[in-house]
Design a protein around this ligand. Structure first.
Ligand SMILES: Cc1cc2nc3c(=O)[nH]c(=O)nc-3n(C[C@H](O)[C@H](O)[C@H](O)COP(=O)(O)O)c2cc1C
Length: 206
């Protein structure tokens, strides 16, 4: 009897936590999508700088959008249907520490015309998310300056960033730089305005 009570409490806790996280993520996604929809002009820009990113709940997306605005760069979104916002996408993301492969759209991009490429991703389980690994695996960066950027809540592993750098350099990059913004843990996170201010400060150094 005690066994079943404990199992029921654990399952109930997991369900409640998932629902709370999904609702926080949905709010972030809606707020970030709203902000992005107001600056669609980035999609029609022509530039020799590209900002290419994957984002689930939109934080890396608004970071990418701000960087593209700052450098008058083209903005390209990588989609990964498996990790779409919502409970199922969250469950898939929560299992993603096992993932080496991810379906991404587009799989490849002709990067020939760009001199500089900023690549963005959230941090999942201390490492860049699977879609950006897949993109870096699929594409050549011959002679490009690559800036890798992340949004994250609290921690990442430098060893994973170093591993990602090795992949990008193996695929031809001329240089690799890493920049990341910590948003804080759920419940005490930077506001959108504070977050974007930090993006401007971090990238103004270039
Ligand atoms: C499955 C999953 C795992 C995560 N793991 C980490 C982590 O290890 N360290 C961290 O600081 N943040 C972690 N986060 C938080 C995200 O990095 C952070 O919320 C990020 O800003 C989300 O970016 P996005 O809105 O572009 O998807 C994780 C989020 C998810 C969904």
């Amino acid at each position: 009897m005690l066994f079943y009570t404990i199992i029921s409490i654990l399952i109930l806790t997991a369900v409640i936590v998932s629902i709370v996280i999904t609702s926080i993520e949905n709010n972030q996604f809606d707020r970030n999508s709203d902000l992005l929809s107001k600056s669609k002009s980035a999609l029609s820009r022509q530039s020799n700088i590209a900002v290419i990113y994957f984002s689930r709940s939109g934080n890396t997306a608004i970071m990418a959008n701000k960087i593209a605005e700052m450098f008058d760069a083209e903005l390209i979104d990588i989609e990964a249907p498996k990790y779409k916002i919502g409970l199922k996408g969250l469950a898939n993301a929560a299992m993603s520490f096992q993932d080496q492969e991810a379906e991404i759209i587009p799989e490849t991009i002709d990067l020939a015309k760009y001199n500089k490429i900023s690549l963005g991703s959230p941090i999942w389980f201390y490492r860049p998310s699977p879609p950006i690994w897949k993109f870096a695996e699929n594409n050549r960066f011959d002679g490009k300056e690559v800036v890798f950027f992340n949004s994250y809540n609290s921690n990442y592993g430098q060893n994973h960033i170093d591993e990602f750098k090795s992949l990008v350099m193996k695929n031809g990059a001329k240089s690799f730089e890493h920049k990341a913004i910590i948003r804080g843990r759920m419940g005490s996170q930077l506001s959108t305005e504070e977050f974007l201010k930090e993006v401007v400060a971090l990238f103004a150094e270039n």
